[in-house]
Design a protein around this ligand. Structure first.
Ligand code: HEM
Length: 483
């Protein structure tokens, strides 16, 4: 028998979901926080294309909790250290992920860790946690270096490379191998462009709000389903192969296949598929954005690159990081650059939730069954918490300054019982890939490049990130110009 699953979505037809949302809002027993609550498609569209300035403007006018009417419903935003702590830690049990703003992701990921709540979430997390222990993920460092070396073969001097797409493919290969022991060069994975399929599936979130409610053959939803089905063939075939051969390794798939609860119940193929799909998505998409934004900022700050190069020349043996350097963030300059990248561009920029019971925060009431979002991207741009937030300044994360940050101010990995389960793996992956790139080449932006950011649903460069490859500046260690 399969382990007990999550509750089904209350309604499956998008229209009845919308109607239920409207009914929920009408039956509110307390007022919503102040804000912009008139219906406006212009506001809805603007939010889809540039949410950050809108949220910062509303924060200035209304404070740390406010309402914006988006599409058909009131959506409450909670910004700042106290709000983040309230939603993710101190009152987390009053919020559900599954009924929140990104519930359409269930159409791609099913009932994996990200989209479930309550006891089912707690048990699923317990099953997977051992795979993210330090010693387990340490085993991935060599594989990540090997994959990065392989990908770097495309980075010839003076070539222009789309670093976003380059990293997406690299991070997908890493996720397949490190998390699931899946061979990206074997069948059926080889004949499927998994990174491209995720890009297709997630473009649902780049489509107009109105189009997202349609389910017809040419709708964004249908494209998401087509991509999901192709990805399913790879995942299900690996599940059957492992079940048939009994082959197991140190990977998460092995843990999931053997997981049993106290009654001896195990996970069904469908449940395992959902967890694998969730981790493949979360495991490659966030790292891709982080590396892209990091190298975008480095190209604009040669003085920071010089410090990183000097650090590599002091600390690295032959351009390679040791396991403990990338596991624990021992390369201080790189660590501060990573932390500042995740401040300015937290890929999982919004924490979508739905309240269960009405509550009060900073003197404002919020009804039960209301859409609530905490937002790391906006919280990391509050002037009173991070002065001159648009400036890229790794020194913000020098030990003393870091220790002085208020609780809940810096939340790129969320918080509480839903803190990113892949945090250590993600950090290790970004540190390793960045170290290897920096030990081999310098990446520059074309003169006319202008960054615009899309949300899909993580944030990333809208038109990719074209960068020109130059040889690395030679350093004292002789590490130079290998590209
Ligand atoms: C730089 C890399 C990463 C960043 C910035 C990041 C960020 C986040 C954030 C903010 C959340 C919480 C979302 C919320 O509160 O609604 C989250 C959850 C999650 N992340 Fe990550 N993530 C990263 C890498 C990874 C990796 C590598 C994996 C998998 C290997 C992963 C798997 C997950 C999963 C499964 C959840 C849901 C956890 C739960 O609800 O219990 N993430 N991530």
């Amino acid at each position: 028998m399969a382990l007990v699953g999550p509750p089904p979505l209350r309604n499956v037809s998008p229209l009845s979901v919308l109607l239920t949302d409207i009914r929920d809002e009408r039956s509110a027993t307390v007022p919503f926080p102040p804000g912009e609550t008139r219906v406006s498609m212009a506001r809805t569209r603007r939010f889809a294309s540039e949410p950050l300035p809108m949220l910062l403007d509303a924060y200035e006018r209304f404070g740390g909790i406010f309402t914006l009417r988006l599409f058909h419903s009131n959506v409450v935003f909670m910004l700042g250290p106290a709000a983040n702590h309230y939603v993710t830690v101190s009152h987390a049990s009053n919020f559900l992920w599954r009924d929140g703003h990104f519930r359409d992701l269930i159409g791609l990921m099913g009932d994996g860790l990200l989209t479930i709540d309550g006891e089912f979430h707690r048990r699923s997390r317990m099953i997977m946690l051992p795979a993210f222990h330090r010693e387990h993920i340490a085993a991935s460092v060599d594989l990540i270096i090997e994959e990065t070396d392989r990908a770097l073969e495309q980075m010839r001097p003076r070539a222009t490379i789309d670093v976003y797409s380059w990293t997406r493919h690299l991070a997908m290969r890493v996720a397949m191998r490190a998390l699931f022991g899946l061979d990206p060069d074997g069948e059926p994975a080889r004949s499927v462009d998994a990174a491209g399929l995720f890009e297709d599936a997630l473009s649902f979130y780049a489509s107009d709000y109105l189009l997202r409610i349609f389910r017809g053959r040419l709708s964004p939803w249908a494209s998401m389903q087509t991509a999901a089905r192709k990805l399913d063939t790879v995942i299900y075939s690996e599940i059957s192969r492992r079940r048939a051969t009994g082959e197991r390794g140190q990977d998460i798939l092995s843990l999931l296949l053997d997981a049993e609860d106290e009654n001896g119940d195990t996970l069904s193929d469908g449940q395992i598929r959902d967890e694998v799909m969730t981790l493949l998505f979360a495991g490659h998409d966030t790292a891709t954005s982080t590396i892209s934004f990091m190298f975008y900022e480095l190209a604009r700050h040669p003085e920071i690159v010089a410090r990183l190069v000097a650090e590599q020349d002091r600390e690295l043996a032959g351009g390679r990081p040791t396991h403990s350097q990338v596991l624990s963030g021992e390369l201080g300059e790189l660590e501060r650059v990573l932390e500042e990248t995740l401040r300015k561009y937290p890929p999982a920029w919004i924490g979508p939730r739905r309240s269960i019971e009405p509550f009060e925060f900073e003197g404002q009431t919020v009804p039960g069954r209301a859409f609530i979002n905490y937002c790391s991207w906006a919280s990391h741009h509050l002037r009173d918490v991070f002065p001159e937030p648009e400036e890229f300044r790794p020194e913000r994360f020098a030990a003393e300054a870091r220790a002085a940050m208020p609780k809940g101010a810096y939340i790129p990995f969320g918080g509480g019982s839903r803190t990113c389960i892949g945090m250590r793996f993600g950090q290790l992956e970004v540190r390793t890939i960045a170290t290897v790139i920096l030990s081999r080449c310098t990446l520059a932006l074309p003169e006319d490049f202008k960054l615009t950011i899309r949300q899909m649903p993580t944030i990333s460069p809208k038109a990719g990130l074209p960068m020109i490859v130059h040889p690395r500046a030679a350093g004292a260690s002789g590490l130079s110009a290998a590209a």
